[in-house]
Design a binder for this molecule. Structure first.
Ligand code: NAI
Length: 462
């Protein structure tokens, strides 16, 4: 039999109970998986000095696939979240959350069946933040073509393998023209390689309204990190809450699947935990591996069990974890068995790092935006070296040239100095050396052009 070795992290709290349920169900379905158990969780802090031993990360890297039960993050004590460490260490660039309504799980909607692909590394989650002045805090929002292409590529590959019809890019490129503009352009570029799959795009605000009105119109959604974080919890709400929400973190070389909920210490060890979310995560994992027939078999058995009204206490039933697990195994026994196919398993989605990079056209430097701490723009020099002051904006609104609009002027001005001819780094150093010492500046940004097109945003009213 063709089997894929998968790292199994049983975690702590209810983790071991629900991981055991998955092992039992996979054995009943004869799923093509050989488990390699690895440690992570609260108990590892005592045993190894940290919650995520190196051996566990090595096991995930070696096998390329892991199923992870929840782990407790101790409050205080400087312990990092195990999930965040796994995500960052293995650069798991996409967070993928299927959202599907199941019979017997109470929701306001009947037939939601969509998948969210959230870029998982970049955006404001880089956590690059600085106080600019006592009045102004700044967060650097980095969106890259590499990260955006990776998320889009995964979404289309998954859509192709799973027979999904349409992929939609969610963005705010009408306002965030450079960052979300790059996310959208990267998506469109990738979409061109999948003519058989429909593609579209939608503004994040419209998406939120459409999701609560008619969620069944969506199939696969691709979003930058922050929008994806918010929308994936909204979508979990559409299907009955976090208790039934599965998820996978996908990278170029590894993927880790996990339930969205935590370690539920209040019910740990009582045979009350609901293994559905981890089971749905393991079904998602089987699809990722290409074992789609086994994924369908287990999903059908789960549907039959819920349809028969067999549910755990948290979703309105009375079954214990083991009774619920046994009912799913019995449903599997009633369905036609499926055989693992080597061909299907070899078809799993793989995104190579090399294919994410793109050729870049040469750029020229047109000028700089220098961010200066002052509330009196009359102090700004009209020219410095080869550069001339062409625009000042306050929180993005133009206040020079022309009349100053009736707004609160905070103490951080974006002062745009440009030149007729392309500049060099030496020109910019000269500019900085000659900038008036009595005007403190926080940072500068180069203004680039590509074939005459500006690679920076204009101010409101410019
Ligand atoms: P939680 O999700 O563990 O529990 C919230 C509530 O939902 C509790 O009443 C719990 O009994 C219930 N619940 C959760 N999962 C359930 C299940 N499968 N079956 C039945 N009931 C379930 O969230 P909480 O209490 O905020 O976090 C507990 C610990 O878990 C914390 O240390 C937190 O950091 C960690 N955590 C770990 C995650 C992971 O490893 N993926 C994700 C979220 C939290």
């Amino acid at each position: 039999m063709v089997k894929q070795t998968v790292t199994l992290i049983k975690g702590d709290g209810i983790g071991p109970e629900i991981a055991e349920a998955i092992k039992t169900i996979f054995a009943a379905a004869n799923a093509p998986v050989a488990w390699e158990e690895a440690d992570a969780g609260l108990y590892c802090i005592e045993k190894y000095g940290n919650g995520l031993p190196k051996e566990t990360l090595d096991s995930i890297a070696r096998n390329g696939i892991a199923l992870k039960s929840p782990t407790t993050t101790p409050i205080g004590g400087g312990h990092k979240s195990i999930n965040v460490t796994i995500r960052k260490t293995l650069e798991l660039f996409a967070n993928v959350r299927p959202c599907k309504t199941f019979p017997g799980i109470k929701t306001r909607y009947d037939n939601v069946d969509l998948i969210i692909v959230r870029e998982n590394v970049e955006d404001t989650y880089g956590g690059i933040e600085h106080m600019q002045t006592p009045e102004v805090a700044q967060c650097l929002r980095l969106i890259t073509s590499v990260g955006s292409r990776a998320a889009a590529r995964y979404a289309f590959e998954m859509a192709r393998i799973e027979g999904r019809k349409k992929v939609t890019c969610v963005h705010k490129a009408n306002i965030q023209k450079m960052t979300d503009g790059l996310f959208l352009r990267s998506f469109m570029d990738v979409a061109g390689g999948y003519p058989a799959i429909e593609h579209s795009d939608i503004l994040i605000d419209n998406l939120c309204m459409q999701l609560v009105i008619k969620p069944e119109q969506f199939d696969v959604l691709v979003l930058p990190n922050l929008f994806g974080d918010i929308v994936s919890d909204l979508c979990a709400g559409l299907i009955g809450g976090l208790g039934v929400a599965p998820g996978g973190n996908i990278g170029t070389d590894a993927a880790v699947f996990e339930a969205v909920h935590g370690s539920a210490p209040d019910i740990a060890g009582k045979n009350l935990a609901n293994p559905t979310a981890l089971l749905l995560s393991s079904i998602q994992m089987l699809r990722y591996m290409g074992a789609t027939d086994h994924a369908a078999l287990i999903e059908n058995a789960l549907t039959k069990t819920l349809e028969a009204g067999i549910k755990t206490r948290d979703i309105g039933g009375s079954a214990t974890t083991t009774e619920y697990t046994d009912a799913i195994c019995a449903a599997i026994a009633d369905l036609p068995a499926v055989a693992p196919s080597a061909e299907a398993i070899a078809s799993r989605v793989r995104i190579a790092r090399e294919e994410l990079r793109k050729e870049q056209a040469p750029w020229t430097i047109k000028g700089v935006d220098i961010f200066v701490r002052t509330t009196d723009i009359s102090l700004l020099p009209k020219s410095v070296g080869k550069l001339t002051l062409t625009m000042v904006s306050n929180r993005g609104t133009k206040i020079y040239p022309g009349d100053i609009p009736d707004i609160v002027i905070v103490d951080c001005q974006r002062c745009r100095y440009t030149a007729q001819n392309p500049l060099t780094d030496d020109d910019i150093l000269e500019f900085l050396n000659n900038f008036p010492a009595e005007l403190p500046w926080m940072h500068i940004e180069k203004l680039h052009e590509e074939n005459g097109a500006a690679l920076y945003s204009k101010a409101q009213g410019e």
